[in-house]
Ligand binder design. Structure first.
Ligand SMILES: [Zn+2]
Length: 455
């Protein structure tokens, strides 16, 4: 809590944190819960309520005894309780306030009473002013949870870096599993974290999300009840999540109950709040990038010992070279390891290597101009075995020899580049794995690797 807990006090009143066993006190507090009247074993009636004030991190139970149940006050959560002549007792190490009949007064000030400008004596006036102060303090707490002010730092999934840290977050619920005594909440905020890449899910992840985007949180105790109305797609505000590795060595979070405060730590987030707005924007960017799924990247992990020359990039194709898809395939001499660019004749007609006169074969060789998220353009060579893999295993020699393979190749490349060809617009964003290398003139070039078209 970062709310200001200013200690304002009414003369002759005790703070709820300062109760001493056996004393008789006057107190004022905010009602947190109320149990209706019931008959005692003796001749009396009793009711109980729980109250708090800014001095206390928790609550104190007040038990009221009266001869008639009509003398017992009624209260709602958020009302202000005002009592005099209450005795401080202890029950299981916690203070309790007992309001015996004949020696105590108890009243509850609801919002209607508070706004009533009746003439009051000076003490009532002071108490009413304090009651208003308490009401405002309580309102601020309620709004604090509903509105999520910037004062409480939020952490994204991408920012979690180790076990045994506590953090707060705002996220979207992806899936909920309600299990005996716990609720398993699966959330995303459309950022990703490599610590989550080992987790596998038996259910389908929506919106093109993968394991790295999903964080599992186990809710215990009161949080199971407080999340009863949660459903997939809802935006939620979660507090005091502790990170850990579970028994399957999966990185996850947990929110345990607090038997002292039973404070609400899981709640629906206000859709109009700034932070939810940011989350929705991030979601839109994410959906635009991954949908539809165009590629699958097989392996782009870089081992710590390797020279960092492999990159997973999100980018879009803005142009390609050469013109004409037929020219994506070139005659190739295995012996000389040379690609020939035909000048006047079609590739098909070069059947012999101009240098060694051996029979040529065919190879893919073309450039995709890929613009990454920062707007940098990477001229990326698609060639050789990686090109065959990219183009779903269609072999260039087959394309040159068979009509069915030729059609399959043309359809695939057209599907990929339709927006570029037809409208001069870029493709959608998708993922590529590229390897950077230096050409002889020390110019950095890129080669597409380990990427498969899935359109
Ligand atoms: Zn040759």
């Amino acid at each position: 809590m970062t709310l200001e807990l200013k200690r304002v006090k009414v003369e002759g009143h005790s703070f709820l944190s300062d109760l001493v066993l056996g004393e008789r006190v006057a107190v004022t507090g905010v009602v947190l819960s109320y149990s209706p009247p019931r008959k005692t074993k003796g001749p009396d009636w009793s009711c109980s309520l729980q109250i708090t004030d800014p001095s206390l991190n928790g609550k104190v139970t007040v038990i009221i005894f009266r001869a008639q149940y009509t003398e017992l006050p009624e209260a709602n959560i958020g009302n202000i309780f005002f009592g005099t002549g209450l005795r401080v007792a202890y029950y299981m190490d916690s203070p309790q306030l007992i309001a015996y009949k004949f020696e105590s007064t108890c009243s509850v000030i609801n919002d209607d009473l508070m706004n009533d400008d009746l003439k009051m004596d000076e003490l009532s006036h002071i108490i009413m002013t304090y009651a208003k102060y308490l009401r405002k303090w309580w309102n601020d707490i309620e709004n604090f949870y509903a509105g999520v002010p910037k004062s409480r730092k939020l952490t994204t999934i991408a920012e979690i870096h180790s076990p045994n840290i506590f953090f707060d977050t705002i996220a979207e619920v992806v899936e909920i599993h309600r299990i005996y005594r716990t609720t398993e909440l699966f959330i995303t905020d459309y950022t990703h974290n490599e610590l989550l890449s080992n987790n596998d899910y038996v259910w389908n992840l929506p919106n093109g999300l993968d394991a790295r985007n999903i964080f599992q949180i186990t809710l215990w105790d009161e949080h199971v009840v407080n999340s009863e109305n949660f459903e997939a797609g809802m935006y939620v505000y979660l507090q005091n999540i502790r990170t850990k590795y579970n028994s399957f060595n999966h990185f996850q979070g947990v929110i345990h109950g607090d038997p002292e405060t039973r404070r609400t730590r899981v709640m629906k987030a206000d859709r109009n709040s700034f932070d939810v707005g940011e989350l929705i924007k991030r979601k839109e960017r994410f959906m635009q990038k991954i949908s539809p799924k165009i590629t699958r990247v097989i392996d782009c992990d870089v081992k710590p010992t390797e020279v960092h020359n492999k990159f997973l990039i999100r980018g879009r194709i803005i142009d390609y070279e050469p013109d004409g898809f037929e020219n994506f395939i070139r005659p190739y001499c295995i012996e000389c390891d040379k690609v020939w660019v035909p000048q006047n004749s079609a590739a098909k007609e070069i059947k012999q290597c101009p240098e060694c006169l051996r029979e040529t074969t065919f190879i893919y060789e073309f450039l995709l101009m890929i613009e990454d998220e920062d707007g940098s353009v990477l001229p990326t060579l698609v060639s050789g075995r990686d090109a065959v893999r990219f183009l779903n295993g269609i072999l260039p020699t087959k394309v040159m020899q068979e009509e069915t393979s030729r059609q399959a190749f043309l359809n695939l490349i057209r599907k990929l580049l339709a927006s570029v060809i037809d409208h001069g617009e870029s493709t959608k964003f998708f993922e590529f794995c590229v390897e950077s290398y230096f050409a002889s003139d020390r110019e950095r070039l890129y080669k597409l690797i380990n990427t498969i078209l899935e359109i």
